[in-house]
Design a protein around this ligand. Structure first.
Ligand code: ZN
Length: 250
């Protein structure tokens, strides 16, 4: 899922506040036994996680200004190369977005507030890239591996669920705290850019999106929360090069 676009907005951020419970991480670290998720388990767990997040974050439905803006933006992106996508806005202040292996894309209102439509689309394309390139699955797998009380959770799990209801919050937190590698981020940037081009969308937004993130985090985008990522400023430069190249073709 996410994190590239995570810029902390403080403890009041509803999204962060609900998900960050230190105790869960410590407990999870005690479990070292590896466990492999089957594809169907992965799909079920991904869906279960998204449902949990949807229930624990305020959603800006269609009919609200945020909901309508996102729906308009992603019109035509319902299916990406075989992956069924669904989109929602979380009405929270975080400057963030993420996508999960089941094809759920969630965009935070804080991100929508600072970005233009084209910039937002480039972020969404990037997040879809993480899913399509298998990065998100890997992240779920590692979060599952460290998920505490796994055996207990399995024993108490109802039909169609991989983790018990009271375990899913801790699991989601482990997913959100994991970071993508620099190479994964770069690959997702490229995927996102190509997605925009393929859909005939404005591909000039990626440069601006990264520039804004760089400005927010300072130090060329290498703030504490984005330390595993190539600097945002550097990525803005690269996105501009891609756009220039694409412009030259037309
Ligand atoms: Zn990313």
């Amino acid at each position: 899922m996410l994190t590239l676009f995570f810029v902390s907005t403080g403890a009041q951020a509803q999204f962060g506040k609900k998900l960050l419970k230190k105790g869960n991480i410590d407990a999870a670290k005690k479990v070292t036994k590896a466990a492999t998720l089957s594809d169907s388990d992965m799909a079920a767990l991904s869906l279960q996680s998204v449902q949990w997040m949807d229930e624990n974050n305020p959603i800006a439905e269609v009919g609200t200004s945020y909901g309508d803006r996102l729906a308009k933006l992603v019109d035509g992106l319902e299916n990406e190369d075989g992956l069924q996508l669904n989109f929602k806005v979380y009405e929270v202040v975080d400057v963030n977005a993420f996508a999960t292996p089941d094809g759920s894309v969630r965009v935070m209102a804080g991100l929508m507030d600072i970005m233009t439509d084209a910039e937002l689309l480039s972020v969404i394309g990037h997040e879809i890239g993480h899913v399509k390139l298998g990065h998100s699955k890997k992240r779920y797998q590692s979060a599952y591996t460290i998920s505490a009380a796994k055996d207990v959770a399995m024993a108490n799990t109802g039909a169609g669920k991989v983790l018990a209801d009271d375990q899913i919050g801790g699991f989601v937190e482990n997913v959100l705290n994991a970071q993508f590698s620099q190479s994964n981020e770069s690959a997702s940037d490229e995927y996102g850019f190509k997605l925009l081009v393929a859909h005939g969308l404005d591909y000039h937004g990626m440069e601006g999106a990264f520039q804004k993130l760089a400005d927010l985090s300072g130090d060329g985008g290498k703030g504490a929360l984005t330390s595993s990522h190539p600097g945002s400023a550097k990525r803005a430069t690269r996105a501009k090069e891609w756009a220039d190249k694409e412009d030259a073709k037309n």
